[in-house]
Design a protein around this ligand. Sequence first.
Ligand code: HEM
Length: 135
Amino acid sequence: MQNFVYALIQVIHNFGAATVVGTAASALWLVRGDVAVQHRLALLAAAAWAIQAASGALFGITTFYFEGHLPDIHGIAVDALLIKISCAVAGFILAVIYAKSDSGWAKDKQLLIWRALLTLGVVALGSAAFLRWFS
Ligand code: HEM
């Protein structure tokens, strides 16, 4: 049962990871200049970053529920997790700010935010590999 719950959370977490990277990449390369679509992508990105944080927390809650303690991780795994949490917080805030204010922004400022969001997604996805293999 515990593994089944982890797997369900992982499904959500994996699609969230694909979405945070995919929305920024799409905004930069597929719909560059289309303000309306980019606005919707920013809303989707904000939701995906929030889902990443929530589903990530659910991994820990599940371990606690079934085993009575939080996951036992050290060193590089903790560093990787802290990086992912920082990326999720920064990504969510940036995406929300973008969605609320993009209409009044110059093109280069919008570009800068999408580049930052893509960087955060890539860094978080890279950190996931280190969390996985050092825990
Ligand atoms: C608050 C933020 C986050 C928390 C607490 C969190 C937590 C976790 C945990 C506990 C795991 C399982 C690790 C293991 O298998 O040992 C995991 C896996 C994973 N996370 Fe996150 N995560 C967060 C954000 C993110 C973000 C932002 C991304 C990508 C953009 C991401 C991508 C992944 C991926 C791809 C895996 C699967 C790794 C694998 O098994 O190969 N996570 N995460």
